[in-house]
Design a binder for this molecule. Structure first.
Ligand code: SAM
Length: 239
């Protein structure tokens, strides 16, 4: 495979189910991507397979204990060089640039925590990267892992057959995507924009670029600050 991924969690089925369909599913079926799902409780040492404990300093909720997570990571890591990722809302937001960088690694280990999170000492000693999937909190890291793995899988060479579809997606070029239309040309009282039916490729290219810029300006002006815009884009923005 181009990439091996190990997922550690207490609900391995959530991640496995989320990734068995469509593009990530096919990437596994054709051998480009090899994903192994592990139950963190396998590495628990007490007879109840406990992976969590009460927080030092008091307060509500439980915390993932260091021993099972550390033992699991060390065992999986022993199989070669691996990058360990822990999804967390208290981390930088994952960007498409991060996803592209991650897709260049040969072995990723994802650790999904729950409750109040993971004992900080595991993060300090064994986790290479922490990323958030957005400014909201979900119940557990499993779906965050699935989101990240899906995004990374799309960028692994050969997984998405038409690379053009990947490089035209939102964020790849620093802009949001332009609007899309399919048949019929008139639906209820709404027309497909005439330019898209004109067959004039230059006009279509410029329309799409202008729409992408307008959407980015409306929804994500922060993206334009960092974007390297060409002269044409700068002129369109001024109009
Ligand atoms: N106490 C944590 C905090 O406020 O930062 C929240 C813990 S959350 C209920 C449980 C787990 O879900 C987290 O440890 C993390 O693995 C995952 N999680 C929740 N929201 C996330 C997000 N936006 N991005 C990535 N992971 C998230």
């Amino acid at each position: 495979p181009r990439m091996r991924i190990d997922c550690l969690s207490i609900f391995p089925g959530i991640i496995a189910d989320a990734l068995k369909h469509s593009i990530p599913g096919r990437a596994q079926a054709n051998g480009l991507l090899q994903i192994h799902h592990h139950d963190l409780r396998t590495w628990a040492t007490d007879k109840h397979s406990k992976v969590d404990d009460i927080p030092y300093g008091g307060g509500v909720g439980m915390v993932f204990k260091p021993e099972p997570a550390m033992a699991a990571i060390r065992e999986l890591r022993a199989q070669g060089e691996a990058l360990v990722i822990h999804p967390s809302p208290a981390a930088p937001r994952l960007t498409q640039a991060d996803v592209i960088e991650l897709s260049g690694h040969r072995h990723l280990i994802f650790l999904a925590s729950r409750y109040e999170g993971l004992d900080q000492r595991v993060i300090d000693r064994c986790v290479d990267r922490e990323y958030s999937i957005g400014d909201y909190v979900i119940s557990g890291g499993e779906l965050a892992c699935a989101v990240m793995i899906d995004a990374v899988a799309r960028m692994v060479p050969g997984v998405v057959a038409k690379q053009a579809s990947v490089v035209e997606d939102s964020f790849y070029n620093g802009l949001l995507d332009y609007p899309h239309y399919t048949r019929p040309p008139v639906y209820e009282d709404m027309d497909v924009p005439a330019v898209l039916q004109s067959g004039n490729h230059e006009h279509i290219r410029r329309w799409r670029k202008r729409e992408a810029l307008a959407r980015t300006l409306a929804h994500r002006p922060d993206l334009l600050e960092g974007a390297e815009l060409d002269g044409e884009a700068r002129t369109m923005l001024r109009e």
